[in-house]
Design a protein around this ligand. Sequence first.
Ligand SMILES: Nc1ncnc2c1ncn2[C@@H]1O[C@H](COP(=O)(O)OP(=O)(O)O)[C@@H](O)[C@H]1O
Ligand SMILES: [Mg+2]
Length: 297
Amino acid sequence: MKIGILAFSDPQFAKYAFVEEIAATIEAKGHVPVRLYTPQLAFIRTDGKLVITHNGEPLEKIDVIIARPNFLEDPSSHAYPAQLLEQAGYRIINSWPSYWYAKNKLEQHVTSLTNGLPMARWAIAKRTSEIMLAADKIGFPVVLKVSFGSFGRGVFYADSKEVLRPVADYLTSRNAMPIIVEEFLADADRKDIRVFVVDGKVIASMERTAPPGDIRTNTSNGGSGATYQLSDRERDLALKAAKEYQLEIGGIDLMYTKEGPVVVEVNANPGFEELQKTTNVSIAGAIVDYAIKVATK
Ligand SMILES: Nc1ncnc2c1ncn2[C@@H]1O[C@H](COP(=O)(O)OP(=O)(O)O)[C@@H](O)[C@H]1O
Ligand SMILES: [Mg+2]
């Protein structure tokens, strides 16, 4: 069968979409990978008919497409390729609506009030004065986050007003974007737990530790992975988060608190290099097996 891999960038920027590793896995399992890059797609509607081209050629029939939403910007401008491909009858995993939430930290905080997923105490504010007020109420240290960061870029630690105010000033004046203020989860001791979920099941998990002199555990930032045995509570929370965000394939980040685990973030384009190294589980294999299962249905 033909299995597509959809990256949301030109090929040279698709490193973190893991396109080549997934393609090699598809081949190893006896199927044909089709690499798709959103800049190479055109959607042309004439005479009431939608024609989709890739690299100037009509898009072939593909049994299932694995989406790797590796964009860093506001997801609204990246919606159309997945939406139109789905309307044209292509089956995409994960399907569109999941990235709207999974790629937008603001949305994750807003929806946490209704979906019941526990998070660190937080605030959302747009002005330095309001950010300072929020930090005062939450208590120092705090963590600041921009809405569309990834790889830990856009996450800042502030242990005092002196550190926080200039960062808040810069962020709010630079892009007038709302800023998320969170309590710093000190009990977690600069560690978090990455849980990789495929098809409602935990495929692998690891504990990540931030490198010295940092609070961010992102492996792209030097964080290191170690084997980790999930508690039932952590497993249940990760599966609930994947379900709430409609992630057939998702990376759920949890942190320890004395009151129980909380969700730090859900990822729709989770990397898997460090996780494969740490656990010896073939994550690419699990993703491709799931795609085959979906296409065979
Ligand atoms: N409230 C917090 N308290 C302590 N550490 C945090 C908190 N929020 C994030 N971190 C650390 O920063 C890292 C990056 O934050 P995250 O929200 O996942 O952003 P990104 O999308 O850039 O990965 C997390 O993996 C975690 O190690
Ligand atoms: Mg993260």
